[in-house]
Design a protein around this ligand. Structure first.
Ligand SMILES: [Zn+2]
Length: 305
């Protein structure tokens, strides 16, 4: 039987993947359209993106199912396709690995609204949506479930419980932090700091604590977040920050960190014991290839010394 991800990463740090959303845009997805529906309509294009990450050296692929919950898909009139879209997402990622061993992380993003009393959604609606999506991902063979770009502990809790109940072999909670205006620290949009998030995830049964995306969260901020996580829990830590800051150039959003710039943050993350390293928005196969080289050199040097 395959080793659980949370066990494998304790021995050796693994490489995650890069962005899906910005790559889908490059492949022709229009802003505001449903990228997850491409798992059924254009599986070849999703596969091509994930194959490039595997060729660049990714050990883990996150499925193209970020907005694959019933609540999110309903906004694009795809609510009837929840199971098919999520199952296809797992299938495509597995196919991208080919004969290589790799971990398929079933992706669950935020449901995209607020729960009562602040918003229109009941807790039961959100719980049911996460349950349905988590079950579809696990049934299709995902090695882990990642609840990503989370900002609220209430929503995260529902996601973690849903993934556990679905029988996921590994549950990853991943928070999106924003650097505060004065630049002194970072917390989620809902005001959660990393220590609190890590302790909460640990308490609710997550296997890996993570961070991704966020505003102003570069590799150095990710390193700080990993250290703060490690002070709150002994669980493995995963970091997938953006490739710098988004900029609008010729009506296109581009991220300003090149692979050469971003890769400088990889060894500092490895030195403090980060267990999975990858990229979020704006990161490309070229970023991931640079990460792979840096990680391999680091591991080689460790073996020699
Ligand atoms: Zn992102």
């Amino acid at each position: 039987m395959k080793r659980r991800l949370q066990d494998a990463v304790r021995e050796r740090a693994l490489l995650g993947d890069g962005a899906m959303g910005t790559q889908l845009m490059l492949a022709g997805l229009e802003q505001g359209n449903c990228g997850e529906a491409w798992n059924l309509a254009h599986p070849d294009r999703v596969l091509a993106i994930q194959r490039r990450y595997v060729q660049a050296g990714s050990d883990c692929l996150i499925t193209n199912t970020f907005g694959g919950s019933r609540i999110m898909l309903d906004r694009h009139s795809h609510a009837d396709d929840v199971v098919e879209i999520n199952a296809a997402g797992v299938r495509i990622a597995r196919e991208a690995f080919g004969h290589r061993d790799g971990y398929v992380l079933g992706d669950i993003g935020p449901f995209g609204g607020l729960m009562e009393p602040y918003g229109d959604f009941t807790e039961a609606q959100v719980r049911d949506a996460f349950r349905e999506q988590a079950q579809a991902l696990v049934d299709a063979g995902a090695d882990a479930i990642i609840l990503e770009t989370q900002t609220s502990l209430e929503e995260l809790r529902l996601g973690v419980i849903a993934a556990r109940e679905a029988g996921a072999a590994c549950v990853i909670g991943s928070m999106a932090y924003d650097v505060t205006l004065d630049g002194s620290t970072f917390r989620t949009m809902m005001g959660i700091d990393p220590e609190r998030a890590a302790a909460f995830m640990h308490e609710h049964g997550a296997d890996i604590v993570a961070l991704n995306c966020g505003t102003g969260m570069d590799m150095e901020r990710a390193r700080q977040a990993v250290i703060r996580y490690q002070q709150a829990t002994h669980l493995p830590v995963m970091a997938q920050p953006n490739a710098g800051q988004p900029k609008l150039i010729a009506m296109k959003v581009v991220y300003d960190e090149t692979p050469e710039e971003m890769v400088k943050g990889v060894v500092p993350l490895l030195e403090i014991g980060a267990n999975i390293i990858g990229g979020c928005c704006g990161s490309t196969p070229d970023h991931i290839r640079a990460f792979r080289q840096a990680m391999d050199l680091f591991h080689m040097a460790k073996r020699v010394s």
